[in-house]
Design a protein around this ligand. Structure first.
Ligand SMILES: Cc1cc2nc3c(=O)[nH]c(=O)nc-3n(C[C@H](O)[C@H](O)[C@H](O)COP(=O)(O)OP(=O)(O)OC[C@H]3O[C@@H](n4cnc5c(N)ncnc54)[C@H](O)[C@@H]3O)c2cc1C
Length: 351
């Protein structure tokens, strides 16, 4: 998304950008997403939710989002909702096909290349993170077992690699990621949303050794802390154990009972590999899946990639997931960061 937003903004400002795409279609993980581009309602909430993030970048994304959303609409991106359903946040949900078409119209032609050859005075790294590269995930995130991928397959750290080759510094939080605990089965794109098990806060949470490794009262609203903790459990798996009260809890799309009933790894408590609490009436085996990395290249508030001395590297920009340091310590909208930083990078490159 960040690359398309940057190209669209650059063209608007009179530039002649070239979008290079490694995948077989444009739009990356944006096209697979739920299309909700959001921010916290207040900047204080953003800081409280993502305390490890770079305050200047958080300010940039927070202040620039509403204008960015209006800009998307002005390009013709169709809105399907103006509520996020979360009292902490505000945002807009776009129709993904329409959003992609609007951005492509404004960005100009996309050149599909593998490998990608880079030319031009300014280069924007917008390759979407390194979650698609199991070696990099192992090096930086250090999960107990390979994480399942819940994202496009092409974001495999090319931006990170090119940045490092040119002397870029990295942010904190390289071990953090946005993802979901998923029903522990093989899945591909159609399973990304329906197989996500986002009700850990109502469950008792055990690993397969029978240890309760996370207190459900402490699970954050986004459940990212639980997903990241699951990644460090044996086989990067967990069991969600549910009692009758938990099954009646309401979640975003119905009740926990509905989600448990649909989960392919729903298990009778009598068949668990350990003795569950006596009130357990249902169990679901989940595995941690990664959608995108949170740490990445260090940038300034003009999206310029920085070196270890915090000096900008000549002609090198990063946006979207390739740029780290925005939601460190918590969770914030990746689409929002891609939109705002993509636009910022274009404006900086052409100024
Ligand atoms: C199921 C799902 C639901 C989600 N829901 C939401 C949501 O509702 N709200 C939200 O904010 N976020 C959501 N996200 C996350 C969101 O999709 C990402 O944060 C966002 O797409 C990141 O933007 P990006 O531009 O950094 O990466 P992408 O949108 O993934 O784009 C990166 C692009 O770079 C390409 N690429 C990789 N390497 C190279 C290379 N060497 N050369 C050229 N091209 C390359 C990739 O093919 C891809 O097209 C969701 C993601 C998923 C998978």
């Amino acid at each position: 998304m960040a690359g398309l937003c940057a190209a669209a903004r650059a063209r608007e400002l009179g530039g002649s950008p070239t979008v290079l795409e490694k995948g077989t279609r444009p739009g990356g993980s944006m096209v697979l997403s739920s299309g909700v581009i959001w921010r916290y309602r207040t900047f204080e909430e953003f800081r409280a939710q993502c305390p490890g993030g770079d305050e200047r970048l958080q300010r940039l994304v927070f202040d620039g989002l509403d204008e960015g959303l209006e800009w998307l609409e002005s390009l013709g991106a169709p809105v399907v909702g103006r509520e996020t359903g979360n009292p902490l946040t505000t945002g807009v949900r776009f129709d993904l096909e329409g959003l992609t078409e609007a951005l492509l119209r404004a960005a100009g032609p996309v050149r599909f290349e593998q490998p990608v050859t880079v030319t031009g005075d300014a280069l924007l790294l917008a390759s979407g993170g390194f979650q698609g590269n199991a070696d990099l995930v192992e090096r930086y995130v250090r999960p107990a077992a390979r994480l399942r991928l819940r994202a496009n397959p092409w974001s495999s750290g090319d931006g990170l690699r090119i940045g490092l080759e040119r002397g870029a510094a990295l942010t904190a939080g390289l071990d953090e990621f946005y993802g979901r605990n998923m029903a522990d089965v093989d899945f591909d794109e159609p399973g990304f949303v329906p197989l996500a098990q986002v009700y850990g806060r109502h469950a008792r949470i055990f690993n397969e050794r029978g240890e309760e490794f996370f207190d459900h009262d402490q699970v954050s609203w986004s459940e990212l802390d639980l997903v990241q903790a699951t990644a460090h459990q044996p086989h990067a798996r967990a069991w969600y154990l549910l009692d009758e009260r938990a099954l009646d809890e309401r979640v975003r799309y119905g009740t926990v009972r509905d989600l448990v009933a649909a989960a392919p790894t729903r298990t009778d408590p009598a068949e668990l590999p350990f003795e569950p609490p006596s009130s357990t009436v249902a169990a679901v085996r989940v595995a941690a899946a990664i959608t995108h990395t949170i740490g990445g290249l260090r940038i300034d508030d003009r999206a310029r990639v920085l070196d270890e001395q915090d000096e900008p590297l000549d002609g090198l920009f990063a946006a979207g997931v390739d740029a780290g340091g925005i939601s460190t310590g918590g969770y914030a909208s990746g689409l929002a960061a891609a939109l705002v930083l993509g636009r910022t990078a274009a404006e900086a490159a052409l100024s």
